[in-house]
Design a binder for this molecule. Structure first.
Ligand code: NAP
Ligand code: FER
Length: 341
């Protein structure tokens, strides 16, 4: 398959504020022949995630930025189309970190490339509910949130990839689960289809009082994904001994200078009795990924955990759809379908 043509999207410029489509460039490269112990993977689905906004910026962070002219990072799900490894056969389905492109050559020892089984759950689910976002929900709630049955859990970005799973696991653990989401449609889905006890619309004028009504015993755990006005409202209702694992604060990701933002650390730190709060990374729990992968795929396969996806059709759409994460135009996990098998 040497000489294979590969469409890819590279970072053309560092976005100022909200990323625009011309911050990216569609290119065509040629895939070199694979070497011993390598596999050639065809991308079928590509995951779009909020953390990618951080990689577009040169600001100091836990991970290096994508260089200008380099392929945008992403986790993808695909199929092995050529193998010079005894560990992978043509036709194996895998997840890998190929980035925004059609083909990827992986060394068979790359720890970020691993086999998945689309007979158990659909392939795209390995990028969401059974992938990085699902694992974030699993470890963030169970290990960082330290839930006790009967407590009240509030989940921001509740209809999204991470939040939807946090709340559903919370229900399994016997918590009173209150979601926060933007708009009536998302709130209805969170309550009626995902089974949260309540879901409060942060865009409604009575948000503060509605949140209070939904949490009659105060808030014991707040799963933070958003920041901004949502966090200010939550902060007024913490019980003593509360925990607030900080998964992210997407409301600030498009700020022109993120170092000047009022973050959840500022908001919680100013309280007389702050909740236990620290930023965590899903990767902190890397050693136990198999535990989360097994639990999540079992729950999805037997219908105990539900999920929704927004699927963009075609690699070329990745740069346009990426901004949906920040406007809330996505509903559930945002994925790009790159190719048919
Ligand atoms: P998602 O919820 O599927 O999509 C993002 C959602 O955020 C949007 O749909 C929107 O929902 C909401 N949002 C965007 N801007 C907002 C604003 N200004 N105010 C309030 N809500 C806003 O995304 P996800 O993949 O599950 O990620 C959720 C969070 O988890 C992000 O902060 C992400 O960085 C974080 N994360 C962290 C880790 C980690 O290891 N620490 C790993 C994965 C993800 P509405 O329509 O409801 O507003
Ligand atoms: C990871 C750790 C964290 C990762 C993604 C994140 C793709 C996301 C962090 C965020 O959204 O803030 O290993 O892998």
């Amino acid at each position: 398959m040497s000489g294979l043509s590969n469409k890819r999207i590279v970072l053309a410029s560092r976005p100022i504020g909200e990323p625009k489509t011309d911050d990216f460039r569609l290119e065509t490269s040629t895939i070199a022949p694979i070497k011993d112990d390598e596999v050639l993977i065809k991308t079928l689905y590509l995951s779009l995630d909020p953390y990618m906004r951080g990689r577009m910026s040169a600001a100091k962070s836990y991970a290096d930025p994508v260089a200008i002219g380099e392929v945008m990072v992403a986790e993808t799900a695909g199929i092995v189309v050529e193998s010079k490894s005894d560990r992978y056969a043509v036709g194996d389905y895998v997840c890998c970190r190929s980035g925004w492109q059609e083909y990827f050559v992986s060394h068979h020892k790359d720890p970020m490339t691993y086999k998945v089984d689309p007979d158990k759950v659909p392939l795209s689910a390995y990028l969401g509910v059974c992938g990085m976002p699902g694992r974030t929900a699993y470890f963030g709630l169970i290990r960082e949130g330290k839930p006790v049955a009967g407590e009240t859990l509030v989940v921001s970005a509740a209809s999204g990839a991470v939040g939807s799973v946090v709340g559903q696991i919370g229900k399994k653990l016997g918590l009173h689960v209150v979601g926060i989401a933007g708009g009536e449609k998302k709130c209805a889905y969170v309550k009626e289809e995902l089974g949260f006890d309540e879901c409060v619309d942060y865009k409604a004028t009575d948000f503060d009082s509605a949140l209070k009504t939904a949490c009659p015993k105060g808030i014991d755990i707040y799963f933070e994904s958003v920041g901004g006005a949502v966090t200010e409202a939550v902060a007024k209702q913490f019980n003593l001994g509360a925990r607030a694992p900080i998964c992210g604060f997407i409301a600030s990701y498009n700020a022109t200078d993120i170092t000047k933002e009022r973050t959840p650390f500022h908001i919680f730190g100013e309280l007389e009795n702050p909740p236990e709060h620290k930023f965590f990374l899903v990767f902190d729990h890397y050693a136990d990924f198999a535990e989360a992968n097994n639990a999540l795929t079992d729950w999805v396969a037997n219908g105990e955990i539900k999920y929704k996806e927004t699927i963009a059709d075609g690699l070329e759409l990745a740069s346009e759809y990426f901004s949906w994460l920040f406007s809330g135009k996505n509903f559930g996990k945002l994925v790009v379908k790159v190719a048919d098998e």
